[in-house]
Write a protein that binds this ligand. Structure first.
Ligand code: DGL
Length: 262
């Protein structure tokens, strides 16, 4: 079991932002990544549909012997992780918008959260927000259309810039000093976000925290791979895998990216 891969899934290519953090911290762990791009965006689907797809992805990864599953998607985590934990007997790591550090450090007491409709509508997001952002104004903004653009590789196009500007302006008017990226696709927009945001607005995403949590859960379950060898990383996409390859082009690891009809 210790030398089995870590399974990771997302509605598409965005979860590779999480995979990169995991690979950095746990460089001798094999991984298996599933990009369900055919069904992206999850954020516009019903909770039932998100649960169904998350179960399908989990079963795919379990059939291939994964020892732990990282749900590298805020929308799937906030809507489906409770069901997954009830139904499958492996540890699950989820990702949620990092409201806590933003709320703790905000001086203007106003923070922005950019996430999908499905994440912002979920009860898990609301309880996290209520628990950690007491006395803080949380400006919630749906990032409608952004996941589709990132899936097409449009990280800096005029269309992406225009949409981001439209979403950021109301938050900036309210005086946010933190912007929480509540979708694993959005870290790929950081270069553009840095251009559009004033310098004093800090950007927070959850990738590093997810990697640290993955390590600590592997340790707790005695599942860390003790072998120091060159780890293997297999990526599957159920659409054209070009964008997935592009996002991984400068990674220093043994990776294989393939199309798979699932
Ligand atoms: N990466 C997913 C997330 O973190 C995108 C969701 C979607 O497909 O709408 O929420």
């Amino acid at each position: 079991m210790k030398d089995s891969p870590i399974g990771i899934f997302d509605s598409g290519v965005g979860g590779t932002s999480i995979w990169k953090e995991i690979q950095k911290l746990l460089s001798n762990e094999d991984t298996l990544y599933l990009a369900d791009s055919k069904n992206a965006p999850y954020g516009e689907k019903s909770r039932e549909e998100i649960v169904r797809l998350s179960q399908k992805n989990t079963e795919f990864l379990l059939q291939r012997g994964c020892k732990l599953i990282v749900v590298a998607c805020n929308t799937a985590t906030t809507n489906a992780i409770t069901d997954l934990r009830e139904n499958y007997n492996v540890p699950f790591i989820g990702i949620e918008p990092a409201i806590k550090p933003a709320a703790l450090n905000s001086k203007s007491k106003t923070v922005g959260v950019l996430a999908t409709k499905g994440t912002l509508a979920s009860s898990l997001f609301h309880s996290t927000s209520e628990n950690h952002a007491y006395g803080i104004q949380v400006m919630e903004q749906e990032g409608t259309g952004l996941v589709e653009l990132i899936e097409k590789g449009e990280l800096e196009s005029e269309k992406t810039r225009g949409l981001l500007k439209k979403y950021l302006d109301p938050m900036l008017t309210k005086g946010i000093d933190y912007l929480v990226l509540g979708c694993s696709h959005y870290p790929y927009l950081i270069p553009l976000l840095k251009e559009l945001l004033p310098q004093q607005v800090r950007i927070i995403d959850s990738g590093e925290a997810v990697a640290r949590q993955t390590k600590s859960i592997l340790l707790e379950h005695n599942l860390l791979n003790p072998e120091i060898g060159r780890a293997k990383h297999q990526f599957y996409s159920n659409t054209d895998e070009t964008i997935l390859k592009d996002l991984l082009y400068n990674v220093n690891a043994e990776i294989e990216v393939s199309y798979l009809d699932f």
